[in-house]
Unconditional design. Structure first.
Length: 589
């Protein structure tokens, strides 16, 4: 069925003669068959957002509806893929038309020619339901792709075979309850704006280890949780998200560049193939899907890119994997919503954003979670969503930041003053929070000992005390403080510089395991405890600050992974002895 264009306004096209079309249908626009999606219907008039440049389009051009909603292809070949916002494979497009993407180019999202080795695990006669695993394909050295029965189908397998197939060839035949024979392939299609089903959602109870000490120890996120990284320009949002994508202990990472600068996506493309995953030893690209819809790409596709990314992530979650979705940045995505809303002449809300901004953000973040996947084998998977927020001027009272804060449970507030002082990650420990601390406490107690959460609480208390003492220091000077308060300032400096500050450009300090974090924090707090005991015995506080072991504590985070346990114990013993000697001198005086 086709209609005719009556109006073109940037990415918005209005066409008539589409009475039989439906909301959210994908359409092909004009002689170049540009891809678009119907946003609103009024009689036989449809407002369409076009995902490509619309220059040259004019009234009278033909619009053809496909009769299907905006969907993605899900199957082997997505890992290591680089897609645009509507899942067009950029590398394949380069091979076909060159570096400048031609409008209207049609390339399948997943390679339909490549052969994959399929190993059947289901058998003829098996009764299966949606989500059951038919077999596996070794997609990369670290990802075993599980071929599943589409969620909407169930029945009995009448034929299945192992072998070498492309994604469109029949690997099995399913006889449904009404007697139909349905051929099954290795590829599925799923509408991006509809969340994939699951059996049950669980409260998240395991932490996501990112290797970043301020995140893992101070403000942890759970697998299946939601987090936001707000901050002004230059405060390190993208680097924090790169670190999460690089080192998080998840099976799959889907990185969505929805509106950020192209050179930041280039950094990912250059770094990830060279970096080694600390868990598998393979290239990080072997578990990554990239969606690049940078700031110079069509604005309408930016709005679709987050749905494309999270649908791909849900597909891998359904296999029983832990998946992380990194969206950089949801502010640019919200600006795309605002632009399309303005062109549709909708009533604007606060700061011109559409009135439905908060509900759209919620639709994205609510698709995260720790779930029992559909299927009869009760496998569990998780989807963790982390979104950057770029408030203009760092103003966290603007609508996108406020709407995000109401939805997510972890808030890593980046601070430009910390970034200017070269303290990275520049996460402000006084403004950030995590609402997962209580639910993760049993895991921490079991795996790291009950002292870990106590130490975390003590370190936060020291940092908060430092903030109030600094106001006094500005008035009367540091020397006017009591020895105990001077020690609080010194230990807070150690927590900030030796523990929270981290160097992403060194192999040893770029990633810090939980065991290493626990030992480093405990040795700093042991220094605090020993010094307080020594001060109680009359020790000179300035001598306590100058002991040789104090400097060794600061260098302990640079010790290689196979040596740090022994080094920490040696430094702890030296520190306790040196403080005891000074305490003895104080007692003698």
């Amino acid at each position: 069925m086709s209609g005719k264009i009556v109006k073109v306004s940037g990415p918005l096209v209005v066409a008539t003669g589409l009475a039989d079309a439906n909301m959210s249908d994908v359409v092909r626009v004009g002689p170049q068959r540009l891809i678009g999606e119907i946003l609103t219907m009024k009689g036989d008039t449809a407002s369409i957002q076009v995902y490509e440049e619309t220059s040259g389009l004019g009234p009278g051009a033909e619009v053809v509806t496909t009769g299907a909603p905006m969907s993605v292809e899900l199957g082997p070949g997505m890992i290591e893929g680089i897609y645009d916002g509507i899942q067009r494979p950029l590398e394949k497009i380069v091979e076909k038309v060159g570096a400048c993407i031609t409008r209207g180019v049609e390339v399948p999202a997943v390679d339909h020619e490549k052969k994959w080795e399929f190993t059947a695990t289901a058998k003829v006669g098996d009764k299966v339901i949606g989500g059951d695993i038919l077999g596996t394909v070794p997609e990369t050295p670290v990802v075993l792709h599980k071929i599943m029965v589409p969620p909407t189908l169930s029945g009995t397998i009448t034929d299945i075979k192992s072998g070498s197939f492309n994604v469109t060839e029949t690997i099995a035949t399913l006889k449904t309850e009404d007697g139909r024979e349905v051929p099954l392939t290795m590829i599925q299609k799923w509408p991006v704006r509809v969340g994939r089903p699951y059996t049950k959602k669980y409260p998240p109870k395991r932490p996501l280890c990112s290797g970043q000490r301020i995140i893992d120890t101070m403000f942890p996120i759970a697998k299946g949780g939601t987090a936001a990284v707000p901050g002004p320009f230059g405060s390190g949002k993208t680097v924090v998200q790169h670190q999460l994508a690089k080192w998080s202990d998840v099976d799959i990472v889907v990185y969505i560049g929805c509106g950020e600068r192209g050179n930041e996506m280039t950094d990912v493309l250059r770094e990830f193939p060279e970096l080694k995953d600390p868990r598998t030893g393979e290239s990080l690209m072997k578990r990554t899907v990239l969606i690049a819809n940078t700031s110079d790409m069509p604005v309408a596709a930016r709005e679709a890119s987050v749905y494309t990314g999270i649908t791909i992530a849900e597909y891998f979650r359904d296999m029983g994997y832990d998946v992380a979705v990194i969206a950089d940045s949801t502010s640019r995505w919200a600006e795309a919503l605002r632009e399309m809303s303005g062109r549709l002449e909708e009533m604007p809300g606060e700061e011109g954003y559409p009135a439905y901004l908060a509900s759209r953000l919620a639709q994205f973040y609510e698709r995260a979670g720790s779930v029992e996947c559909i299927g009869s084998d009760e496998r569990k998977g998780s989807l963790t969503a982390v979104g950057a927020v770029s408030p203009p001027g760092g103003d966290l009272s603007e609508p996108v930041s406020q709407a995000t804060m109401r939805i997510v449970k972890v808030f890593w507030a980046l601070d430009s003053s910390l970034a200017y002082r070269r303290h990275f990650p520049a996460i402000n420990w006084l403004n950030s929070y995590s609402l997962y601390l209580d639910s993760l406490k049993p895991w921490f107690d079991e795996n790291l000992g009950e002292a870990f959460m106590k130490n975390r609480g003590q370190a936060m208390s020291i940092l908060q005390n430092e903030a109030s003492l600094n106001e006094i220091v500005q008035l009367v000077g540091k020397d006017a403080l009591s020895p105990a308060d001077q020690l609080t300032l010194e230990v807070a400096r150690m927590v900030r510089e030796d523990f929270l500050q981290q160097n992403a450009f060194t192999d040893i300090d770029g990633y810090s395991s939980y065991d290493r974090q626990e030992k480093l924090l405990s040795i700093i707090l042991d220094y605090d405890r020993c010094c307080r005991e020594a001060i109680g015995k009359g020790a000179d506080v300035t001598k306590l600050f100058d002991i040789p072991a104090r400097e060794k504590i600061g260098r302990a985070k640079s010790v290689p992974a196979d040596e740090y346990a022994q080094v920490y114990e040696r430094v702890r013993a030296e520190m306790e002895q040196q403080i005891a000697d000074i305490a003895a001198q104080g007692g003698d005086n």
